[in-house]
Design a protein around this ligand. Structure first.
Ligand code: FAD
Length: 113
C-alpha cells in the first residue's frame, strides 16, 4: 500500500472559512481531521455577533464575491448553495445611517442569482 493511500490524521489550525473548507475536503478524502481553534466561536472573520435581545450582526463579509467558487464547494459535497440559503440582490447595495443623514451605496448591476 502506498503511504498516499492510507488514512492520515490531520490537524487543521483555525476554524475560519479556509480551515473549515480544507477540513471538509480532507475528511471527504477519508482522513481523520481535528480542528483546533483558539477562539470559542468558529467562523472568525465571517462570524456573527448576536445580542441578548436577539439582534444579529455579521462581523465580516457583506458582499457575496466569487459565487462560482462557493457553488463549486457545495457541488463537491453533493449540495447546492440554495439547499442552505437564498440569495437576494439588494439595490442599493447598502445604506449607512449617520446622525445627520443617509449615505446610499451603488445600485446593484448584476441580475438576481
Ligand atoms: C470587516 C470585514 C469585512 C469583510 N467583507 C468581505 C466581503 O464583503 N466579502 C468577502 O468575500 N470577504 C469579506 N471579508 C473577508 C473574509 O471575511 C475573509 O477573507 C475570510 O473570512 C477569512 O477566512 P480565513 O479562514 O482565511 O481566516 P479567519 O477567518 O481569520 O480564520 C482564521 C482562524 O484561525 C484561528 N487561528 C489563528 N491562529 C491560530 C492558532 N495558533 N491556534 C488556533 N487557532 C488559530 C483564528 O482564531 C481564526 O478563527 C471581510 C472581512 C472583514 C474582517
Amino acid at each position: 500500500m502506498h503511504i498516499s493511500d492510507s488514512k492520515k490524521t490531520i490537524a487543521t489550525i483555525g476554524a475560519g472559512i479556509s480551515g473549515l473548507s480544507a477540513t471538509a475536503y480532507a475528511a471527504q478524502a477519508g482522513n481523520e481531521v481535528h480542528v483546533y481553534e483558539k477562539h470559542p466561536q468558529r467562523g472568525r472573520r465571517a462570524r456573527q455577533f448576536a445580542t441578548e435581545n436577539g439582534y444579529v450582526f455579521d462581523m465580516g463579509p457583506s458582499w457575496y464575491w466569487l459565487p462560482d467558487i462557493i457553488d463549486n464547494f457545495f457541488l463537491d459535497f453533493g449540495h447546492k448553495a440554495s439547499d442552505f440559503y437564498d440569495l437576494t440582490s439588494l439595490s442599493p447595495q447598502f445604506e449607512m445611517v449617520f446622525e445627520d443623514g443617509l449615505l446610499t451605496g451603488p445600485e446593484c448591476t448584476s441580475p438576481n442569482r
